[in-house]
Every structure is written in C-alpha cells, then in structure tokens.
Design a protein around this ligand. Structure first.
Ligand code: GLN
Length: 477
C-alpha cells in the first residue's frame, strides 16, 4: 500500500478486497509518521496504540460482516488544540506541555465511531494563534512541499501531515483562516464549515464566537467525507446547530452548470500577479464548466483585519484566563505567594504571541476603551456579515484567493507580527460572518509553491461549496 496516495474510497475498497487490514493501515501509518516527523516536525505526539486499538475493532467488525463506518481504517491526525482522552494535548503551549485530557472532543469521538484511526496530534501555533506555525512551543513545522518554507498556520501540522501522506485526512481548527491558509500553502483541501456546523466541545477555546473545527484532505471528497461524520448537533455544545447534515460526498459529484459565482473586487485589487494569474485561470476553468461569473463588492473588507484582531484578542484574553497554574497547567515552582504563582506560571507557560494577544485583548475590553474598540469592532463585524448576505442574494458562491502570497520562508515574518496579521486579509471575513469556506488547490507558482482558491457560500450551504470544488477538481485532473 502507498499510504501517501490512498484516498478514503480506495481504503474502503482495499479493506473489502482484503488487500490490507485496518491493523496494517494503522501500523504503516505509525511507521511512516515516525520516519517523516524528523523532517517536518508536523506531529507533537504520535498515538500508535490508540490507532491500533481502533483498527482491531474495525477488523473485527469487517470479519463479522458488519458496517465498519464511513472512515473505517482511515488514518486521521488531530490538531493538538482538540482534546483526546489519555493522549497528551498541548495546544502547542508550554503551559499545557504535560496535559492529558480526561475526555474526547465530540469530533474525535465521532470520527472514531466511524472507524477512523487517530494516528497522532498535529503541531500548531500556540493556542491556534498565528499564520505560519512558528508560534508553537514545540518548534515550527516545515512545509513538506518546500522544507525551507512555512506550512501556514495555525493548523500547519494538520495540513502538512495530509500533504506528506502520513495521515489521509486530519482535523484542524479555524478562527481566522487557520484551516484554509495552511491548506493553500501545502497544496491540500481545507474546509471551514459554517459556525455551529461542527461541535466545539473539546476544542480548546481561542475566540469562541469565531472558532470552528474542520477537515483537511488530499481530495475534495475525502474532506467532505470527514465533515459528514463530524457535523451535526451535539448536546455538549449549545452553539452547535440542528440544521440537517447533507450528503457532502454526493454534493461533490453534482454538475455545476448554471451556478453563479461572484468575484469580489476588494479581494483582487493589489493581489500579486503570481497568485492572481493562477486564480484567474481557475475562474476560467469554472466558466468552462458552465458557471456564470459576475463581479460583486464586499465594501467592509478593508476593516476586516482590524475588526478581527480586536474581537479575537478580546475573547482570547478571557478564554486564556483559565490557565492559571492552579489546576491542570504548568505551575511555577519558584513562587512565594499565590499572586506570584499565578504571574510566574503564566509568565513561564505562555509564549510571546499569546502574551501579546492577552495584553491587546485586555486593553480593548477595559473601561474607557470598550466602546471605542470592542463595540466598534462588533458593529464592523455586522457590516461584514451584511456584505456577504447582500452578495449571496445575487450569487451562489464567492470565489477569491486564500492568501495574498504563497508560503513564505521560515523566519521571514517572525519579527513583524502586523505583517503576519495582514496576511490573513482574505480568510478572516468568512469567520467573522460565520459562513462556510474552503481552500481547493488550483495551481502552483513557477517555484512550485501551491496556491489555493477560496470558495465561500451561504450559511449551512456546505453542499454548494463541495459541488463547485468537486467539479473543479475533476476538471483539473
Ligand atoms: N492567523 C489568525 C490568528 O492568528 C488565524 C488563526 C486561526 O484561525 N486560528 O488569529
């Protein structure tokens, strides 16, 4: 078997034809991941025993002639901000370096019930804060496509493991682009579902009103299959939606003739030709499939970065208050008083980016600045959502670039946090509006760096997004 190229349908067929067993898949994935990890540092923790235990159950079910589930025998990596019972979950932070969760996130529970094999915990920016995966306390991830480049962030590990093939699909989290941007940088598919589509139970909170769990895959259908398994109402997350979960895999196979897409002019002005030409060619491909293309405008886009970094840091400053050294986090042992213990534990445990965001978030929420910053940002957020609602009266989907530029060199932007924030311009509006979005590979620069195309649709219209993405992928093949 060549794990690096297997798709979910091929695994299903291979298990059926007895080409391999789930235990063999788990063993191969564990060996492959252990061999690859020194090159990319994409996993923080490997969990071969857990993968094997599920694999045995899958093989037993198959032997009894039972349905082993939609993800039977599929090696899956899980971003290390999503908790796994008994398997260390660090959030990429020193403050949780030794944290072993007592429960599973709903998404993890569901994917294992469907026969998925959790092979390891993927590296990420500390508490999902970053755009390059260089903010991890466990070291940066290298992009498997170009080892001197970043894989994107914050779900850089989740994208890298799928690109290198040590996992067939993976779970990431997206608050402001952290699934779509690394998917674009590593040349894989990454999906941010509608806010509330997937339960956040067991996702370590960064900015709760923006946080999503979503899938990565090497093909559109694989990502759709994983989303289908993890989506749906969950009584443990009151913000999870009861909207019916459609057959996303079937959606990928539908025809797109007659669909109408909008190109927002704000997302193309000033875009470097390197990326712009590739997206333009992708749009031509969509046209050749019978998709109608019109121009649309999303005028509030200019304010999105400022708005996002106020709301996200405000929520983060509150969410990260729970890591206090008292219960399950790193505790400084060099303190004389309780107050000193809090200060030292947090001071030693959090990295520079988390501290920057806690300070920024605390500031924008403080008396006297709340109205000027936080409240204003909430109003801008409403305008951004309105822009999309208006555009979707005219079109079925919106197509844009994912990132202004492809993967940059490791270290290139680490000293300039604002430049790093600005690179999120095309992805954060989707999270602010709560609509679904995805990145589909659409080409590469002359240097061979992957470029993704972003597809955005209305709330809960993941099917429309998969329909376009599936047809586009087939047209490119
Ligand atoms: N780069 C953005 C940030 O640092 C997005 C992160 C994310 O989506 N988790 O906040």
């Amino acid at each position: 078997m060549n794990l690096a190229q297997l798709t979910i349908p091929q695994i299903q067929q291979g298990l059926k034809d007895k080409q391999f067993s789930a235990v063999e898949l788990a063993t191969e994935a564990a060996q492959f991941a252990a061999a690859e990890n020194p090159k990319t540092n994409a996993y923080i923790t490997l969990s071969p025993d857990r993968a094997l235990a599920t694999a045995r159950l899958v093989d037993e079910k198959i032997a009894r002639g039972e349905d082993a589930g939609a993800l039977a025998g599929v090696p899956v990596a899980v971003k290390d901000v999503i908790v796994t019972k008994g398997v260390r979950t660090t959030c990429g932070s020193k403050i949780l370096a030794n944290y072993i969760p007592p429960y599973d996130a709903t998404a993890v529970e569901r994917l294992e019930q469907a026969g998925g094999l959790v092979v390891g915990k993927a590296n990420c920016d500390e508490f999902a804060m970053g755009s390059s995966n260089e903010n991890s306390a466990f070291g940066p991830v290298r992009n498997p496509v170009a080892l001197d480049r970043v894989p994107g962030g914050s779900s850089g590990g989740s994208a890298a493991v799928v690109a290198q093939g040590t996992a067939v699909v993976s779970l990431g989290s997206d608050t402001g682009g952290s699934i779509r941007q690394p998917a674009s940088f590593c040349g894989v598919v990454g999906v941010t579902p509608t806010y509330g589509r997937v339960s956040r139970y067991g996702l370590s909170a960064y900015a709760s009103s923006l946080d999503h769990i979503g899938p990565f895959g090497r093909t559109v259908e694989d990502a759709a299959a994983l989303l289908g398994v993890i989506a749906g109402r969950d009584e443990w997350d009151s913000t999870s939606a009861a909207a019916p979960v459609e057959d996303y895999v079937a959606a990928c196979r539908q025809d797109v003739r007659g669909m109408k897409i909008g190109l927002p002019k704000e997302y193309f002005a000033g875009l470097a030709a390197e990326t712009g030409d590739i997206i333009a060619a992708a749009v031509e491909t969509l046209k050749s499939l019978g998709v109608e293309v019109v121009d649309v405008s999303l005028p509030a886009t200019d304010y999105a970065v400022a708005c996002y970094y106020i709301i996200a840091t405000a929520e983060a400053s509150s969410n990260l208050a729970r890591y206090d050294g008292v219960r399950y986090t790193h505790r400084s042992d060099s303190s004389r008083t309780l107050a000193e213990m809090y200060r030292n534990s947090r001071g030693e445990g959090f990295g520079a980016e988390c501290k920057r965001r806690i300070m920024l978030g605390t500031y924008v929420l403080s008396h006297g600045y709340y109205d000027a910053y936080y409240l204003k940002a909430q109003k801008v957020r409403a305008l951004i959502a309105q822009d999309f609602a208006r555009a979707f009266e005219q079109v079925d989907a919106i197509v844009t670039p994912v990132s202004p530029f492809p993967a940059w060199k490791l270290g290139e932007k680490v000293d300039d946090p604002v430049a790093m924030y600005l690179s999120d311009i095309y992805t954060i509006t989707c999270d602010l509006a709560g609509i679904p979005g995805m990145s589909v590979p659409c080409g590469a620069t002359p240097e061979g760096l992957p470029v993704g195309m972003q597809i955005l649709t209305k709330h809960f219209d993941e099917s429309g997004m998969f329909r376009l993405a599936g047809a586009f992928e087939r047209a490119r093949a």
